[in-house]
Design a protein. Structure first.
Lengths: 227, 479
């Protein structure tokens, strides 16, 4: 994937660029809003990681608004030290697809960026999802693995749906909290782990090949076979 | 030189203005002037009414006497003729108690027949009309109130009273009233000055206190005279305000101390780990493990910052703009499902009773976070196999969300402080947490105009008191 990073903090930028390259992405970096806008408007990217406070007269919000005014729908993830609820709302209103507050864990950033690009691809109204021999019918709201039907609670269904839509990608706990439970804060209790382990009981326990994997220090991944 | 002189005169002008302006601007002077004005006007009205009623009464009395006298004399004339009249007048003039009476009978040619006036007063032309004219009595000038009558034979009778004494009385009264008025004005001015100095004293107290406080003497208070008057009331109100501000200041200081302290601990921990790793780590694995732990510590610090910012944001009330009409019941059922599994995993039981709908006007996310904090606490402090009650219902105008555990609870004396930032109860000292959870719940309750009540959840013979937290939010009236 081609990712544009617009970030003026040298250390953060170097860290993000290095990490993204290690994850196998092509990365362009610029440290000011003007160049960022030029690059974003003139070249094709799969995702843009955008700081909000930028030097050069154009801040992240302005940059994104200009971009969206040109009908550019490249997914944008805000990366900002402004963490108040209002800041987040402003960012999303300006056309941002996701908002991550500094300080952040790189795994979280990577997972979110990859989820963003995936979101662009599966925009069509799919009625069936499949990962390996696990199949989900969104119309009849039924799940089966191989020949066996799996009974799921409504919330477990949504959890699995989220994981299947992001199959092959790391999904962090915060992403699940936001995407499945609509929680926008971190509870002290490891609520997600408990629900994942329950889901695992149902979709993995009776079968030989596990599909739902734990990614250390990052989150979870639904994946058909070992890479 | 001329320039300097000019500036000097300018300065005097300014100084004059400075002297004058405070006098006009002073509330004390204004009150004093108003007082003097009211006092003076009332004194004037009083004096005027005394003047008017006293002299008016005298006048009426004199007129009544003259009338009676005149009537009696006319009767004498009617019964006994002119001779009887002359005799009656002579009798009256002999009566020493009648010294002020004035009589004059003249014949048709205008020659006096009998009487105590030297001549017919000039200007007295009509009969049956009241006159007040200067007269001469045995060569002495005086003033008299009189009436005249005409008899059929053409002679005239004049009856009157000498009112020279009344004129003197009027003079005395006027002098007295002028004096009294002068004294009253003096008293009014004195009272005004008194009021002004009283004002000054009180406001000086307040001004001095506030000045001292802005200098940093936060313990200063407005002195109370103990009389219990309005000034004391004002002083009490101001002192209450200062007390509250002082408490807030203490709170801020406490919070900043707590921030410094509570952040120092995890920073120290992270630092120790990193230093230890850089000095002693024998393998790359040990090194990266230490670094990972340090990152967790740093994340903890970020979490504290986030929570503090959140609470500050809520307390500032800015989130009220995002209020919407919502039903809490589905959200609470979601939370029950989310936390029920966790409780079960830990061998506990979440006993839930949610009676919807629970309509409120508020911020769904904030209420969610508040309830999550309460559930987190309950899970954290419950003993294994403990039961946690999670109830929500609408009671008249209030939506109540109740979370009760069987944990160690919060001692009664600590409950007030439990919602302070960074406060950690005795039982919580050794558990994980920042001491900000209940602060946030309280802030959310306050933002919604609701309350957070903390109490015992013990119902019978349980050993542990447990904590019963009741989050009450005003219900939205359903149409």
């Amino acid at each position: 994937m081609r990712i544009l990073v617009v970030e003026d903090d040298k250390d953060v930028a170097a860290f993000v660029v290095k990490g993204l390259k290690e994850a196998g992405h092509a990365v362009e970096h610029t440290d000011n809003g003007r160049d960022g806008l030029f690059l974003a408007a003139s070249e094709n990217f799969d995702a843009i990681i955008l700081d909000r406070m930028l030097p050069g007269g154009i801040d992240g919000l302005r940059l994104l608004e200009t971009l969206r005014a040109q009908d550019n729908i490249t997914p944008v993830l805000f990366l900002s030290a402004l963490g108040a609820v209002d800041d987040r709302v402003k960012g999303l209103k300006a056309g941002g697809d996701d908002y991550l507050t500094k300080p952040f864990a790189f795994a979280e950033l990577l997972a979110r960026v990859e989820a963003l690009t995936r979101r662009g691809k599966t925009d069509g109204p799919a009625t069936k999802l499949a990962v390996g021999d696990l199949e989900m019918d969104l119309l009849s709201r039924s799940v089966r693995r191989g020949t066996q039907k799996i009974e799921l609670q409504p919330r477990e269904f949504r959890l699995l749906e989220y994981l299947m839509r992001h199959a092959g990608q790391v999904v962090t706990r915060t992403m699940l909290l936001e995407g499945v439970w609509d929680y926008h804060f971190d509870p002290q209790t490891n609520v997600i782990d408990v629900h994942i382990s329950r889901l695992r009981q149902k979709i993995d326990k009776p079968f030989e090949q596990p599909l739902l994997h734990t990614v250390r220090n990052a989150g979870y991944m639904l994946r058909a076979e070992e890479p | 030189m001329p320039a300097r002189r000019q500036s000097a005169t300018n300065q005097t002008v300014i100084r004059h203005r400075r002297l004058l302006r405070p006098l006009v601007r002073s509330a004390g002077v204004r009150f004093a002037l108003a007082y003097a004005l009211v006092f003076g006007v009332s004194a004037f009205i009083l004096a005027f009414s005394i003047w008017y009623s006293t002299l008016g009464l005298l006048q009426r009395q004199v007129e009544a006497e003259v009338r009676a006298d005149e009537f009696a004399l006319l009767e004498h004339q009617e019964i006994g003729g002119m001779g009887a009249l002359t005799m009656a007048i002579a009798n009256r003039m002999d009566d020493p108690s009648n010294a002020n009476a004035i009589y004059l009978l003249v014949d048709q040619t205008g020659r006096p027949v009998i009487g105590n006036l030297d001549s017919w007063p000039r200007g007295l032309a009509s009969t049956q009309v009241w006159y007040e004219l200067p007269v001469r009595r045995q060569g002495v000038a005086s003033v008299a109130v009189m009436r005249a009558d005409l008899f059929p034979d053409g002679s005239h009778l004049l009856v009157g009273r000498d009112v020279q004494a009344r004129a003197e009385l009027r003079q005395i009264l006027r002098d007295a009233l002028i004096w009294a008025f002068g004294i009253m004005v003096a008293l009014g001015a004195f009272g005004a000055l008194l009021i002004r100095s009283l004002f000054r004293r009180v406001f000086q107290d307040v001004a001095e206190t506030t000045r001292a406080i802005s200098r940093g003497e936060l313990s200063r208070r407005v002195p109370i005279s103990g009389v219990g008057d309005e000034f004391d009331e004002l002083a009490v109100v101001i002192n209450d305000m200062l007390e509250r501000l002082g408490r807030l200041m203490d709170g801020v200081r406490q919070v900043s101390n707590a921030i410094a302290h509570d952040l120092r601990t995890p920073v120290a921990r992270a630092r120790t780990r990193l230093e230890d790793a850089s000095l002693h780590a024998r393998s790359p694995e040990a090194m990266s493990a230490a670094i990972e732990r340090a990152i967790l510590d740093l994340d903890g610090i970020t979490g504290i910052f986030d929570a503090l910012l959140r609470i500050a944001e809520i307390e500032a009330g800015s989130r009220r703009a995002a209020f919407a009409d919502i039903d809490l019941a589905p959200m609470l059922r979601d939370m029950d499902e989310l936390y029920g599994a966790v409780a079960e995993e830990q061998g506990m039981k979440l006993i839930t009773e949610i009676n919807g709908p629970l309509p409120i006007t508020g911020d769904r996310q904030l209420v969610q976070q508040a309830v999550a904090n309460l559930l987190d606490n309950a899970l954290k402090f419950s003993p294994p196999q403990g039961q946690i009650m999670f109830q929500a219902w609408r009671r008249e105008q209030v939506v109540e969300i109740i979370i009760a555990d069987r944990g160690p609870g919060i001692a009664e004396k600590d409950r007030v402080r439990a919602t302070e930032r960074f406060y950690r109860g005795e039982a919580a000292r050794n558990t994980q947490g920042s001491g900000l959870g209940l602060s946030l719940v309280a802030a959310v309750a306050q933002l919604h105009g609701g309350t957070l009540y903390l109490g015992d959840s013990r119902s019978g013979g349980e050993a542990a008191p447990g904590l019963r937290a009741v989050l009450s939010l005003p219900a939205r009236p359903v149409r």
